[in-house]
Design a protein around this ligand. Structure first.
Ligand SMILES: *Cc1c(COP(=O)(O)O)cnc(C)c1O
Length: 460
């Protein structure tokens, strides 16, 4: 599979490069030159497979020849061994709502589904045996712990995780800062997730620094993560055979919902992808009005969605602008110099063919959680609640599947506030939460983060 950059179609890369770099050298995002599409009879064949078989089929389109199919199959099988459900995800009907639970991995959010595979891909691609590598990752709360769980205790690797100080839930922070061994460094940045993401992106764009520390990224801009997430769109929609369905997706960096769009491009009959946002509603605004204008991040009850610079949106833009890499580059430089860009009404209409978007406020989120608890004795996490809220606002008679992205225990305080109920601690956490937390607090300055990393690397 060959890949290009959204900002330059003439740059060509193979999967290993795409996997290790995360971001293209010109600051653009990697996308495959061509995407495999399945016809109806192929879809029928796929629909009978187990989750691991299906994942092997779909993912192998994107990582051959670098990873052979039979090796990929073993790798995926191993990756999902420590999930608490047999087929990785669980589909549940609660009242009139269909939930697709994606949080049965070791750190209780959907990020595990891709990250566990990615950890093993590093091994398969023999990255560590070549040279020590340093992974730097920004997290809005859940990517960090998923990356630590996937990369802990591997040889020849350090992981530096940047999270926004005091802007994630206590349990999110505790999981992240207690499960890592000596190769893991947690950094709390005095800023927002957007600040953390900018530091990582800027370090990447600095060639000399990136090469000096042999830096790699596992952020949600990494194509390998998107690809692993495509699988559960197929798997869950096969359970609703022959129906054209909607997916409602709690959205932050536009990675998860973009995976749904890729699934649709591959031939999966999806009707609408519903972008659910909280008060950080940049995506809701761009989809409804065409104006892409990041504003200040507002902390909310669904912190993993507190994102204003939704990086993966650039991949959709590339398609919407008819694969015009120069146009994408121009819009991105406008964003940098003027703080915004505006799409034409024709371009907005192209987006609206596949997507719609709704915002759910914190107040509505609490009401939805309370309602579910009262009516069905079932606890939703606040991110999932925004997707329930968005789905209810869309007038549409097709079946809608709600992606449930995190276990409610991660947001204990919010659940208590909404329902006055306690939740039982999930088995995955029973041995971690009492341990001593390990993290350092740094100013929102790239120079401070760089010195921190260099000091730690030189220590060992
Ligand atoms: C990361 C995350 C999201 C947002 O996913 P994106 O791919 O960034 O859009 C939603 N919910 C939870 C619980 C998350 O951890």
């Amino acid at each position: 599979m060959e890949y290009i950059s959204t900002r330059n179609k003439n740059l060509n890369f193979g999967f290993k490069d795409v996997f290790l770099r995360g971001l293209a050298p010109d600051g653009g995002l990697f996308i495959p030159k061509k995407i495999k599409t399945y016809n109806e009879s192929e879809l029928n064949d796929l629909s009978t497979m187990s989750y691991v078989e299906l994942a092997t089929e779909i993912i192998s389109n994107f990582c051959s020849p670098e990873i052979e199919k039979n090796k990929l199959n073993k790798l995926i099988n191993k990756s999902y061994k420590n999930f608490t459900t047999k087929n990785v995800i669980q589909i549940k009907k609660i009242g009139d709502i269909n939930l697709v639970e994606l949080y049965h991995g070791p750190t209780l959010a959907f990020k595990d589904v891709a990250m566990q595979v990615i950890g093993n891909m590093y091994d398969e691609l023999k990255v560590f045996s070549e040279k020590k590598i340093n992974i730097v990752v920004a997290t809005s709360g859940d990517t960090g712990s998923a990356a630590i769980s996937a990369l802990n205790d591997r040889k020849n690797i350090n992981v530096f995780v940047l999270h926004p100080h005091n802007k994630i839930s206590n349990i999110q922070r505790k999981i992240m800062t207690t499960i890592g061994s000596s190769n893991i460094y947690n950094i709390a940045i005095k800023g927002t997730f957007d600040d953390c993401q900018k530091i990582v992106k800027d370090m990447f764009s600095e060639n000399s620094f990136r090469e000096k520390i042999n830096m790699s990224a596992v952020n949600s801009i990494n194509w390998a993560r998107i690809v692993c997430q495509v699988v559960y769109y197929f798997y869950s929609s096969f359970k609703f055979q022959n129906k054209k369905i909607n997916f409602s997706v709690p959205t932050g960096n536009f990675g998860d919902i973009y995976a749904g769009y890729v699934a649709k491009k591959m031939g999966l009959p999806i009707k609408k992808l519903i972008v659910a946002t909280n008060e950080n509603d940049i995506l809701q605004r761009v989809i409804n009005s065409g104006e892409y204008k990041p504003s200040k991040v507002k902390p909310s009850l669904s912190p993993s969605m507190d994102v204003q610079v939704s990086s993966n949106f650039e991949r959709l833009l590339f398609d919407v602008l008819n694969k015009d890499d120069k146009k994408v580059s121009n819009l991105m430089s406008n964003l940098l110099s003027k703080g915004s860009f505006k799409l034409s009404s024709e371009e907005v209409n192209i987006i609206k063919k596949d997507f719609c978007a709704e915002k759910t406020s914190d107040k509505e989120t609490l009401e939805i959680i309370k309602n579910f608890s009262d009516k069905y004795n079932f606890i939703l996490d606040p991110h999932t609640a925004t997707a329930v809220g968005a789905a209810k606002k869309i007038k549409d008679d097709s079946e809608t599947l709600i992606l449930s992205t995190a276990h409610p225990y991660k947001f204990l305080e919010t659940i208590k506030m909404a329902t006055l109920k306690e939740i039982k601690i999930p088995s995955q956490l029973s041995n971690t939460l009492d341990k001593k937390e390990k993290y350092d607090i740094l100013e929102n300055k790239i120079s401070d983060v760089k010195s921190y990393i260099l000091e730690r690397i030189n220590e060992n």
